[in-house]
Design a protein around this ligand. Structure first.
Ligand code: GDP
Ligand code: ZN
Length: 303
């Protein structure tokens, strides 16, 4: 039988079968770790083959399908190993707001560096449209002008008035989405329009929850509708941005990529080097100022 891992609690995996049934599974014997740099053989989002144990309600996982992609973080126990947070993610959905709380373009750009690192398509959802002032509408138009040409669709919504909620739901349907955003941007409110009983931990892992538990290590998948899942994980800002080598950073700013070969030096950091294609493009207004500033700020942070 085939199924998908929705959550894991230590040695047990909660697997959903194709008919929707849930079954508790475990791994029998020693499961081969494809890469020995990884601490967990099976992650949330994995598609697995299972066989029911005779006379028991539980099952054993015998195989795992090749992953389309996956996100990792450093293992809390061993800095050289990686813990797979979630696998087979169709899109990353970043929910942002202009005020209460304010999401900066720098934050959006850092998020996009991470989704580029893991080859996950990203979309940006601008919530709380009902409370936009004139300048917020201008900011939205600016964001659209920056991000849509780079391949990141932008959607303006209001979970409260229902503005564009059909488009939002359509964007989610049939996909597995990683949903992120500052606490208070309206993630729960938006997703509750699709499944009212949903209880999210995203961005809300309060000190109360987190104490003494490695809660942040675990992700969980929730079914919103048929074939529609969200991966709930408390923040992805620590997912490896700090592990990047400086010359790699430019590769994750998608508009830089096509120009990188035109820099004089192949390890160019696009800062003070002569004959730099990126700086040239920036001066010529082919790269948005905020994007270049975010790039410099990521470099600085890693340094
Ligand atoms: P989360 O922390 O991202 O899950 O945010 P919540 O869903 O808990 O929402 C935080 C606050 O923002 C709540 O008071 C919501 O009622 C409010 N909120 C959510 N969506 C909207 C919206 O579209 N417009 C307005 N005005 N408030 C919203
Ligand atoms: Zn350069």
């Amino acid at each position: 039988m085939k199924g998908r891992v929705l959550r894991s609690t230590g040695s047990w995996y909660n697997v959903q079968l194709e008919d929707g049934r849930l079954i508790e599974c475990r791994i029998k014997g020693k499961f081969r770790l494809e890469e020995n740099k990884v601490t967990n053989p099976i992650a949330v989002g994995d598609w697995v083959t299972i066989s029911q144990e005779e006379g028991l309600e539980t099952a054993v996982i015998s195989a795992i399908d090749k992953r389309q992609n996956y996100i990792v973080r450093k293992s809390p126990k061993n800095q050289y190993k990686r813990h797979i947070i979630a696998a087979n993610i169709d899109q990353a959905v970043l929910i942002v707001t202009f005020s209460k709380p304010r999401t900066s373009l720098g934050f959006i750009d850092r998020f996009l560096v991470i989704t580029e690192m893991y080859h996950i398509p990203a979309v940006i959802v601008f919530n709380k449209q009902d409370v936009y002032k004139k300048k917020d509408h201008e900011k939205f138009a600016e964001a659209v002008a920056i991000y849509e040409p780079l391949g990141y669709p932008c959607l303006q919504v209001s979970a409260i008035t229902g503005h564009n909620m059909e488009a939002f739901q359509e964007m989610m349907l049939g996909k597995t989405s990683l949903v992120s955003g500052h606490s208070g941007v309206g993630k729960s409110t938006l997703l509750n329009t699709m499944r009212p009983d949903l209880q999210l931990a995203t961005g809300k892992i309060s000190a109360k929850f987190n104490k003494g538990r490695h809660t942040t290590t675990f992700a969980e998948m929730h079914e919103l509708a048929k074939d529609t899942y969200i991966i709930d994980t408390p923040g992805i800002k620590e997912f490896g941005i700090m592990d990047l080598e400086l010359p790699e950073v430019g590769h994750y700013f998608s508009e830089f990529r096509a120009m990188l070969n035109d820099c004089q030096f192949n390890n160019c950091l696009h800062k003070d080097e002569p004959d730099c294609a990126i700086k040239y493009a920036f001066v010529e207004d082919q790269i948005a100022e905020s994007r270049y500033m975010s790039y410099l700020s990521v470099l600085e942070e890693i340094q």
